[in-house]
Design a protein around this ligand. Structure first.
Ligand code: FMN
Length: 201
């Protein structure tokens, strides 16, 4: 839908969620949305990042990319949040960003928008759905409208996550996104753009 404003706000240590966020941004632009693709700031100590080659490389590659601000959420008609699964929960980096939005929440500036999420975990299932449900607790407090994908398209029977979109990175944490995940990411983007346009109008 034309002129829908979508913010894709995410945290990624080793690049998986970053790749999913880029895929979503492209699909939403194709669907006519204006997109802000924004990462939240890294909070981990330098020695933790340095201890993991994939994390270090991804940090160096993306450290100058635009950072999410409260205005990105206030500006948007729709927001897609991306986070790796951390013990079945939202990564603290994304949670910290959400926790800075108190003033906007207090003014009602986060309500009545369309929201959904995407995640990844190393193991199959691995806490993916609990991570998305934990993320949505915050959306309910915003007064947001959770636009879950459900099984609203036959392709959702292939990726199998009605709560959002998720990917299994595998034991080496480097499984590439497959066709079912890419199709589900495109669907999530197209669906939230369509629903956010209807909500706005
Ligand atoms: C502290 C920590 C906790 C994690 N918890 C889980 C978990 O509960 N289940 C799981 O399958 N993977 C878990 N993982 C693996 C990450 O979810 C996986 O590496 C991540 O989704 C990759 O995303 P990224 O490349 O965008 O950082 C954990 C990783 C870390 C560092």
């Amino acid at each position: 839908m034309a002129n829908v404003k979508l913010a894709v706000v995410y945290y990624s240590s080793t690049g998986t969620i970053h790749g999913m966020a880029e895929r979503i941004a492209q699909a939403a632009e194709k669907a006519g949305a204006e997109v802000r693709l924004r990462q939240v700031p890294e909070l981990a100590p330098q020695e933790a990042i340095a201890s993991n080659a994939a994390w270090s490389q991804h940090f160096d590659r993306t450290k100058d990319e635009p950072k999410a601000t409260a205005d990105d959420i206030v500006w948007a008609d729709a927001v897609l949040f991306g986070t790796p699964t951390r013990y079945g929960n939202v990564a603290s980096q994304l949670k910290q960003f959400l926790d800075t939005l108190g003033p906007q929440w207090q003014q009602g500036l986060l309500a009545d928008k369309a929201y959904a999420g995407f995640t990844a975990s190393m193991t199959a299932h691995g806490g993916q759905e609990s991570t998305l449900l934990a993320l949505y607790n915050t959306i309910y407090h915003f007064g947001g409208v959770v636009v879950a994908p459900g099984y609203t398209d036959p392709l959702k029977f292939a990726d199998g996550n009605p709560y959002g979109v998720s990917h299994v990175t595998g034991g080496n944490n480097d499984n590439p996104l497959g066709d079912p995940e890419n199709a589900a990411l495109d669907h999530l983007a197209q669906r939230i753009v369509k629903v956010a346009g209807k909500l706005r109008d």
